[in-house]
Write a protein that binds this ligand. Structure first.
Ligand SMILES: [Zn+2]
Length: 234
Protein backbone atom coordinates (compact mmCIF):
# COMPACT_ATOMS: atom_id res chain seq x y z
CA UNK A 1 0.00 0.00 0.00
CA UNK A 2 1.40 3.38 -0.99
CA UNK A 3 1.99 6.19 1.49
CA UNK A 4 0.41 8.49 -1.09
CA UNK A 5 -2.55 6.26 -2.01
CA UNK A 6 -5.24 8.68 -0.91
CA UNK A 7 -3.84 11.61 -2.90
CA UNK A 8 -3.00 9.68 -6.08
CA UNK A 9 -6.53 9.83 -7.45
CA UNK A 10 -6.31 13.62 -7.21
CA UNK A 11 -2.85 14.26 -8.60
CA UNK A 12 -2.14 11.04 -10.54
CA UNK A 13 1.00 8.89 -10.65
CA UNK A 14 2.55 11.52 -12.94
CA UNK A 15 1.77 14.23 -10.39
CA UNK A 16 3.35 12.18 -7.62
CA UNK A 17 6.42 11.65 -9.81
CA UNK A 18 6.62 15.42 -10.37
CA UNK A 19 6.60 15.91 -6.59
CA UNK A 20 9.38 13.34 -6.26
CA UNK A 21 11.55 15.39 -8.61
CA UNK A 22 10.66 18.79 -7.17
CA UNK A 23 12.60 20.99 -4.79
CA UNK A 24 10.90 23.74 -2.80
CA UNK A 25 12.63 26.34 -0.64
CA UNK A 26 10.83 27.42 2.52
CA UNK A 27 12.23 30.68 3.88
CA UNK A 28 11.43 30.80 7.58
CA UNK A 29 10.72 27.80 9.78
CA UNK A 30 8.35 29.58 12.14
CA UNK A 31 4.58 29.67 12.52
CA UNK A 32 3.96 29.44 8.78
CA UNK A 33 7.05 27.41 7.89
CA UNK A 34 6.28 24.64 10.40
CA UNK A 35 2.97 23.44 8.93
CA UNK A 36 4.14 24.25 5.40
CA UNK A 37 7.11 21.94 5.71
CA UNK A 38 5.11 19.21 7.45
CA UNK A 39 2.38 19.13 4.81
CA UNK A 40 4.63 19.46 1.78
CA UNK A 41 7.09 16.81 2.97
CA UNK A 42 4.25 14.48 3.91
CA UNK A 43 2.89 14.86 0.37
CA UNK A 44 6.28 13.86 -1.06
CA UNK A 45 7.92 17.24 -1.81
CA UNK A 46 11.69 17.67 -1.32
CA UNK A 47 12.54 20.68 0.81
CA UNK A 48 15.24 23.18 1.61
CA UNK A 49 14.29 24.83 4.90
CA UNK A 50 16.11 28.10 5.59
CA UNK A 51 16.13 29.70 9.05
CA UNK A 52 18.92 31.21 11.14
CA UNK A 53 17.03 31.26 14.46
CA UNK A 54 16.99 29.01 17.51
CA UNK A 55 13.83 27.51 19.01
CA UNK A 56 12.56 29.64 21.90
CA UNK A 57 9.83 29.10 24.46
CA UNK A 58 7.42 31.67 23.01
CA UNK A 59 7.60 29.93 19.60
CA UNK A 60 5.90 26.77 20.79
CA UNK A 61 2.28 27.95 20.72
CA UNK A 62 2.39 28.24 16.93
CA UNK A 63 5.59 26.66 15.57
CA UNK A 64 4.21 23.18 15.83
CA UNK A 65 7.16 21.28 14.38
CA UNK A 66 9.09 21.96 17.64
CA UNK A 67 8.74 20.62 21.16
CA UNK A 68 10.09 21.56 24.58
CA UNK A 69 13.12 19.31 24.04
CA UNK A 70 14.15 21.49 21.10
CA UNK A 71 14.52 24.76 23.02
CA UNK A 72 17.78 26.48 22.10
CA UNK A 73 18.42 24.29 19.04
CA UNK A 74 18.66 25.63 15.46
CA UNK A 75 15.19 25.60 13.91
CA UNK A 76 16.39 24.52 10.47
CA UNK A 77 18.10 21.43 11.89
CA UNK A 78 15.22 20.43 14.14
CA UNK A 79 12.80 20.87 11.25
CA UNK A 80 15.06 18.71 9.06
CA UNK A 81 15.15 16.00 11.75
CA UNK A 82 11.35 16.10 12.18
CA UNK A 83 10.77 15.83 8.44
CA UNK A 84 13.12 12.84 8.18
CA UNK A 85 11.30 11.19 11.06
CA UNK A 86 7.98 11.56 9.24
CA UNK A 87 8.91 10.86 5.63
CA UNK A 88 12.21 9.19 4.78
CA UNK A 89 11.21 9.27 1.07
CA UNK A 90 11.89 12.97 0.70
CA UNK A 91 15.15 14.85 0.56
CA UNK A 92 15.31 17.60 3.15
CA UNK A 93 18.06 20.06 3.85
CA UNK A 94 18.02 22.43 6.81
CA UNK A 95 20.02 25.62 6.26
CA UNK A 96 20.92 27.49 9.45
CA UNK A 97 21.59 30.81 7.78
CA UNK A 98 19.59 33.99 7.76
CA UNK A 99 18.71 34.81 4.17
CA UNK A 100 20.30 38.06 2.98
CA UNK A 101 21.32 39.89 -0.20
CA UNK A 102 24.70 38.19 0.09
CA UNK A 103 23.55 34.57 0.22
CA UNK A 104 20.18 34.63 -1.58
CA UNK A 105 21.66 33.33 -4.85
CA UNK A 106 23.26 30.38 -3.06
CA UNK A 107 20.31 29.57 -0.84
CA UNK A 108 17.57 29.75 -3.46
CA UNK A 109 19.38 28.43 -6.53
CA UNK A 110 18.03 25.32 -8.19
CA UNK A 111 14.58 25.33 -6.59
CA UNK A 112 11.30 24.99 -8.48
CA UNK A 113 9.29 27.16 -6.12
CA UNK A 114 9.99 29.48 -3.20
CA UNK A 115 7.64 29.72 -0.21
CA UNK A 116 7.97 32.97 1.69
CA UNK A 117 7.32 32.07 5.32
CA UNK A 118 9.45 34.88 6.71
CA UNK A 119 8.25 37.47 9.18
CA UNK A 120 9.59 40.74 7.79
CA UNK A 121 9.52 42.78 4.61
CA UNK A 122 13.27 43.20 4.39
CA UNK A 123 13.58 39.45 3.81
CA UNK A 124 10.44 39.32 1.66
CA UNK A 125 11.76 41.96 -0.72
CA UNK A 126 15.08 40.12 -1.08
CA UNK A 127 13.18 36.91 -1.90
CA UNK A 128 10.81 38.70 -4.27
CA UNK A 129 13.57 40.51 -6.14
CA UNK A 130 15.52 37.25 -6.54
CA UNK A 131 12.44 35.39 -7.80
CA UNK A 132 11.62 38.12 -10.35
CA UNK A 133 15.27 38.29 -11.51
CA UNK A 134 15.58 34.50 -11.87
CA UNK A 135 11.97 33.93 -12.91
CA UNK A 136 11.17 31.51 -10.08
CA UNK A 137 7.56 31.24 -8.83
CA UNK A 138 6.94 32.50 -5.31
CA UNK A 139 4.12 32.07 -2.84
CA UNK A 140 3.84 34.92 -0.35
CA UNK A 141 2.14 34.32 3.01
CA UNK A 142 1.88 36.59 6.02
CA UNK A 143 -0.10 36.93 9.23
CA UNK A 144 -1.01 39.50 11.85
CA UNK A 145 -3.22 38.54 14.78
CA UNK A 146 -6.37 36.94 13.38
CA UNK A 147 -5.57 38.10 9.84
CA UNK A 148 -3.64 36.56 6.99
CA UNK A 149 -2.69 37.33 3.39
CA UNK A 150 -1.36 35.11 0.64
CA UNK A 151 -0.66 35.37 -3.09
CA UNK A 152 0.92 33.28 -5.84
CA UNK A 153 3.50 35.29 -7.76
CA UNK A 154 4.41 34.16 -11.26
CA UNK A 155 7.25 36.59 -11.94
CA UNK A 156 6.87 38.89 -14.96
CA UNK A 157 3.30 37.62 -15.45
CA UNK A 158 1.45 38.48 -12.26
CA UNK A 159 1.89 41.21 -9.68
CA UNK A 160 5.06 40.80 -7.64
CA UNK A 161 5.34 41.64 -3.97
CA UNK A 162 6.61 45.16 -4.72
CA UNK A 163 3.65 45.73 -7.06
CA UNK A 164 1.40 44.80 -4.12
CA UNK A 165 3.36 46.58 -1.38
CA UNK A 166 5.84 49.13 -2.80
CA UNK A 167 7.06 50.03 0.66
CA UNK A 168 6.08 48.90 4.14
CA UNK A 169 6.77 50.33 7.57
CA UNK A 170 7.16 47.57 10.12
CA UNK A 171 6.87 47.79 13.84
CA UNK A 172 8.41 44.56 15.13
CA UNK A 173 6.76 41.29 16.21
CA UNK A 174 3.01 41.12 15.75
CA UNK A 175 0.52 39.35 18.02
CA UNK A 176 -0.72 36.00 16.72
CA UNK A 177 -2.74 32.95 17.64
CA UNK A 178 -1.31 29.65 16.43
CA UNK A 179 -4.19 28.91 14.08
CA UNK A 180 -3.66 31.92 11.82
CA UNK A 181 -0.30 30.77 10.42
CA UNK A 182 -1.61 27.17 10.30
CA UNK A 183 -4.48 28.18 8.05
CA UNK A 184 -2.50 30.37 5.67
CA UNK A 185 0.23 27.72 5.52
CA UNK A 186 -2.34 25.08 4.56
CA UNK A 187 -3.66 27.31 1.80
CA UNK A 188 -0.16 28.11 0.52
CA UNK A 189 0.83 24.42 0.64
CA UNK A 190 -2.29 23.54 -1.37
CA UNK A 191 -1.32 26.04 -4.05
CA UNK A 192 2.23 24.66 -4.05
CA UNK A 193 0.98 21.08 -4.45
CA UNK A 194 -1.25 22.10 -7.35
CA UNK A 195 1.51 24.07 -9.04
CA UNK A 196 4.09 21.29 -8.70
CA UNK A 197 1.76 18.61 -10.02
CA UNK A 198 0.59 20.69 -12.98
CA UNK A 199 -2.89 21.54 -11.70
CA UNK A 200 -4.18 25.05 -12.13
CA UNK A 201 -3.44 27.36 -9.21
CA UNK A 202 -6.09 29.71 -7.85
CA UNK A 203 -4.07 32.55 -6.35
CA UNK A 204 -1.94 33.70 -9.31
CA UNK A 205 -2.71 37.38 -9.84
CA UNK A 206 -4.88 37.37 -6.72
CA UNK A 207 -4.46 38.32 -3.11
CA UNK A 208 -6.42 36.23 -0.60
CA UNK A 209 -7.13 38.05 2.64
CA UNK A 210 -8.51 36.19 5.64
CA UNK A 211 -10.13 37.51 8.80
CA UNK A 212 -10.46 34.64 11.28
CA UNK A 213 -12.36 36.74 13.80
CA UNK A 214 -15.24 37.48 11.44
CA UNK A 215 -14.47 34.37 9.31
CA UNK A 216 -14.44 36.47 6.18
CA UNK A 217 -12.26 35.58 3.23
CA UNK A 218 -11.75 38.07 0.41
CA UNK A 219 -10.16 37.28 -2.93
CA UNK A 220 -8.90 40.39 -4.70
CA UNK A 221 -7.62 40.66 -8.27
CA UNK A 222 -4.23 42.32 -8.27
CA UNK A 223 -2.48 43.73 -11.29
CA UNK A 224 1.11 44.49 -12.11
CA UNK A 225 2.42 47.99 -11.57
CA UNK A 226 4.09 49.19 -14.78
CA UNK A 227 6.39 51.36 -12.69
CA UNK A 228 7.28 48.57 -10.26
CA UNK A 229 10.82 48.95 -9.03
CA UNK A 230 11.41 45.20 -9.35
CA UNK A 231 9.35 43.77 -12.19
CA UNK A 232 8.46 46.88 -14.23
CA UNK A 233 11.37 46.43 -16.63
CA UNK A 234 10.32 42.92 -17.69
ZN1 LIG B 1 6.36 44.14 -9.44
Amino acid sequence: MSRYERQLSLIGEEGQEKLRKSLVAIVGAGGIGSPLSLYLASAGVNLRIIDGDLVSFNNLHRQIIYGEDDLGLPKALVAEREIRRRNSDVRVEGVTERLSEDNVEDLLSGVDLVMDASDNFKTRYIINDYCVRENVPLIYSAINGFYFATSFILPRRTACLRCLFPSVEESGPVPVIGMTPAIVASIAATEALKYLTGLEVALAGKLLLGDLRGMEFTLIDVSRNKNCHTCGKY
